[in-house]
Design a protein around this ligand. Sequence first.
Ligand code: SAM
Length: 274
Amino acid sequence: MDLWYTEKQTPDHGITSKITRTLHHEQTDFQSLDIIETKQFGNMMVLDGMVMTTDQDEFVYHEMLTHVAMNTHPNPKHVLVIGGGDGGVIREVVKYEQVETATLVEIDGQVIEAAKTYFPQIASGLADPRVTVKVEDGIKFIAEHPNQFDVILVDSTEPVGPAVGLFQKPFYEGIHEALKEDGIMVAQTESPWFNRDLIRRVYQDISTLFQYTQLYTASIPTYPSGLWSFTMGSKKYDPLHLHEQENLLDTKYYSRELHRSLYQLPNFVKELTK
Ligand code: SAM
């Protein structure tokens, strides 16, 4: 008999993936944490029943959350990642030689430990000497570190549990304060198919705080609807003007050609920015 894992992405729609093994289960202080081995996507991390990352498609999200900001800022040296306990965004950040500090603020230390065990290729960047890992609430951390970062990347779970506050305007105000005068933020902002009101509201919140705001998408097969969004706020640098960093990037999804076309959005997505 085949065993399948199904994520209900809305009350009326979901995805299902054939399981070969259940590798890990625990109830942390914040969420249920499951690691399952799937036929199609390899190892899959699931938090509170929601797919977070998989061996096969993780590169899309981690590259697209990281490299758009890192190639819009001319010289990002101090980078902060909120959430991101699997380490994938940090792995992409430390690809830049000019980065001097990369700080990860993840509320649930168990996620980090599970990533190191079951996703070593995703968590590999955590061992970089420039990386500092803080196991605490990103909302609290932001408030205590004004004017410190060139780039802040919000790699949160869905707006549930401890992540609810990461989608609220006060948090974006805190990010604005934690960024230097020319800083850039990017947040993962859910699915343009299933989370339209959220994307519209977050875009409006960020656009009231930042000189420039841009919405962009990427194709992520294991995320709800398969189309995912990211919202950028930039204090000074125009997102339409790339600052191509020297080092050629080792990426499987992001490219500078893709970056240049990124803000040409389908009409049903573009209308979320109106
Ligand atoms: N790529 C995934 C996605 O888009 O759904 C997210 C990856 S990562 C596993 C999300 C992380 O955000 C989780 O490990 C969760 O513990 C963390 N998180 C949620 N709320 C947080 C908060 N307030 N401060 C810091 N980390 C938080």
